[in-house]
Design a protein around this ligand. Structure first.
Ligand SMILES: [Zn+2]
Ligand SMILES: [Zn+2]
Length: 349
């Protein structure tokens, strides 16, 4: 859960990922991605009033987020205020405010925000998942000579900065394990069915497409879930609202389509991260829960501690602000500029 207060130091005219209280006094609103802990206040009348009072549409996000949000029925009222920006293209909003969206690798449409000009050079990662190699490829983070720009401040996603679990498998590997578990189960008996359980509203799309590819069957989802992808046809193509068309589901437990499945024929695969933090001595990415066909696969939307360390070492910001109190502990960044790279992140449990 993000603990970021919504306001960017040096840029009081900007509010990011929080749309209530003092943030409503901003003149430019930014949304990094569409997970609920970054959308607090987004549906409020107070935000609409604040947006209405501004001279032009000023709720900025990526083109993909804007497309998603515009099609979500519960956010339709925001459509007139949405201002999609292209990822990687700097936009001068005022003399003292230059903003660039950068890919965040977290979920469809997710971006990091780079603010430059009057208030210093500030990077807000939002929720992100990427390693040093990907960061090196982001031109707007580098000067003309290809060196990382000197950041005055870095707001960084520290959700899973837990020393006991430094690394998290990349999502490709997690998807491989899901596919393996599902295909193996379906091959065993024609009556078998599999259900993929995901807790966030969206962000698992590449697992759907991998399952579609590997099993040759679309994934059954509820009509509401399918509606989320109205404007993203390549994702919708992996899904079906018709339960009898497929043996692969991604439906809430106890959905009628699952209750129809014969006793002992359903394998459940749940994508989790926190579950794997409970006992950090167990170094695995698949756990069977009890004796039943109930599996957990380690899957993380967020950067691992190692990736956060890599980012901080590479960018060497003058200051770092963690945006999330990490699971099971607290975090402290050490190493002022000039005294060598930010070598250490202390986490305590
Ligand atoms: Zn998120
Ligand atoms: Zn279903």
């Amino acid at each position: 859960m993000s603990s970021f207060p919504g306001l960017i130091e040096g840029y009081p005219e900007v509010a990011v990922d929080l749309f209530m209280g003092k943030c409503l006094e901003a003149s430019f609103f930014f949304l990094s991605h569409l997970h609920t802990d970054h959308m607090r206040g987004l549906r409020s009348r107070a935000l609409q009033e604040a947006l209405k009072a501004l001279p032009e549409p000023r709720l900025f996000c990526s083109r993909q987020s804007a497309a998603l949000l515009a099609s979500w029925r519960d956010f339709g009222q925001l459509r007139p205020y949405l201002c999609p920006l292209e990822v990687g293209e700097p936009r001068q909003l005022t003399d003292r405010l230059l903003v660039t969206l950068l890919p965040a690798g977290h979920c469809p449409g997710s971006v990091m925000l780079l603010f430059e000009a009057g208030g210093g050079t500030v990077l807000y990662t939002g929720d992100f998942r990427m390693g040093a190699a990907e960061l090196r490829g982001l031109a707007p983070l580098h000067d003309a000579a290809g060196r990382p720009k000197q950041l005055d401040l870095l707001y960084v996603d520290t959700t899973f900065c837990t020393p006991g679990r430094r690394d998290l498998p990349d999502r490709q590997r997690s998807a491989d394990r899901v596919v393996q578990l599902v295909c193996e189960w379906l091959a065993r008996d024609p009556r078998h069915r599999a259900n993929l359980v995901c807790h966030a509203r969206y962000g698992y799309e590449h697992v759907f497409s991998r399952l579609r590819e590997a099993t040759g069957q679309p994934v059954h989802v509820s009509p509401d879930k399918l509606a989320l992808y109205e404007r993203l046809p390549e994702i919708a193509a992996c899904l079906t609202p018709r339960p009898h068309e497929t043996r692969v589901h991604s439906c809430p437990p106890y959905s009628s389509c699952l209750l129809e499945v014969g006793e002992g024929s359903l394998r459940t695969v749940k994508l989790s991260t926190l579950y794997f933090f409970i006992d950090q001595s167990v170094d695995t990415m698949v756990l069977q829960v009890g004796a039943a066909q109930d599996y957990r696969v380690l899957y993380s939307f967020h950067a691992s501690l190692r990736q956060v360390e890599e980012m901080v070492r590479y960018l060497r910001p003058a200051r770092v602000v963690p945006c999330v109190e990490p699971v099971g502990g607290s975090i402290r960044f050490r190493g002022p500029r000039g005294a060598g790279p930010f070598a250490s992140i202390d986490g305590s449990r």
